[in-house]
Design a protein around this ligand. Structure first.
Ligand code: F6P
Length: 342
């Protein structure tokens, strides 16, 4: 047997742990493993390299991905899909492990539906892949957010300011809610639950009147703030049709509006790609390892078109088709819990 492994979409800490797990399980079965370069781009262009015990050694704790990544979408063009099939054959593969978020996994689901023996592993710091409780990268990202909020609290307190912290989260507010809850945010805005500047400012004013002369406001980059005009042009979309949400400058606009409306001095911090950097947390290392090993076992059992998923404390198979059918929205009960501390 010879299998391929690729990582697609935004990188996260824990990808290397997953690649290592895939390779080590396959080696245990006496299989060969090839690493496909740069996500689906490597399958379209036939760029790959053999993985060896040596090449996957020492990478468990290292962020990024030794295979590289891209946002290439073969579903955009039937010719690209044909190339994926042709290269799969040319590489003499018997199975493919696609490690990625909803975009990468939607390609794997489509390929599996057309007969390519693919399985999936969920990774995204957004944590919004359906049918799994956690995705690789989310725990590390939220730990980074909580660390940042701890640091920002001291300077916000010292200067009696509002600090608006913009975090990633395109369609789902998982990072904002979990990171904000862990870091003691005084307000959190998410895509799933529209809010407005009236509500934010009223809350901050009440807080100030009650004697708290600083505040930490966490906004997900995709949060909906209904009375704040949107920038006209966010530029080009990527291959999966997504605009770059950092160009919304939501944090900056919220901070300015707070100053304008209630005269509370405000600053903005955009955590950006820091949330995708560093070493994976213990949780992400263990999750990535469990999912990677399970994905290889799915191939061994001939269960293609499945994704390895975490449900409760168990790793289980779920159909890729179901996993990519919708985005997993933030748990609103958790959001309500965070509001207890606003
Ligand atoms: O898809 C994960 C994600 O981290 C989103 O939260 C964010 O909008 C996007 O990637 C940023 O991607 P890029 O790497 O293209 O800046």
């Amino acid at each position: 047997m010879r299998i391929g492994v690729l990582t697609g979409g935004g990188d996260v800490p824990g990808l290397n742990a997953a690649i290592r797990a895939v390779a080590r399980r396959a080696f245990q079965y006496g299989w060969e493993v090839v690493g496909i370069r740069n996500g689906w781009q490597g399958m379209v262009e036939g760029i790959y390299e053999p993985l060896t015990p040596k090449s996957v050694s020492g990478i468990l704790h290292v962020g990024g991905t030794i295979l590289g990544t891209s946002r290439t979408n073969p579903l955009k063009d039937p010719k690209m899909m044909e190339k994926v099939f042709a290269n799969f054959k040319a590489m003499q593969l018997d199975g493919l492990v696609a490690i990625g978020g909803d975009d990468t996994l939607s390609v794997a689901a489509a390929l599996a539906a057309k007969g390519l023996p693919a399985v999936g592993v969920p990774k995204t710091m957004d944590n919004d892949v359906a049918e799994t409780d956690y995705c690789i990268g989310f725990d590390t990202a939220t730990t980074t957010v909580a660390d940042a909020l701890d640091k920002l609290h001291t300077t916000a307190t010292a200067h009696h300011r509002v600090i608006v912290v913009e975090v990633m989260g395109r369609d789902a507010g998982w990072v904002a809610v979990v990171g904000g809850l862990a870091g003691g945010a005084d307000f959190i805005a998410v895509p799933e639950s529209p809010t407005n500047m009236d509500a934010i400012c009223a809350h901050l004013k009440n807080r100030r009147d009650a004697g708290k002369n600083f505040a930490i406001v966490v906004v997900a980059e995709g949060a909906k703030i209904t009375d704040l005009p949107e920038p006209e042009d966010l530029g080009e979309v990527d291959a999966f049709g997504h605009v770059r949400l950092d160009k919304r400058s939501l944090g900056e606009r919220v901070a300015k509006e707070i100053e304008r409306r209630i005269g509370f001095e405000a600053r903005t911090v955009v955590l950006g790609h820091l949330q995708r950097g560093g070493s994976p947390s213990v949780f992400d290392r263990v999750l990535a390892t469990r999912l990677g090993v399970f994905a290889v076992d799915l191939i061994r059992e001939g269960r293609f078109g499945y994704m390895a998923a975490l449900k409760g404390n168990k790793i289980v198979p779920v159909e890729l088709e179901h996993a990519v059918a919708s985005n997993k929205k933030v748990d609103l009960e958790l959001y309500e819990l965070a509001k207890v501390f606003f």
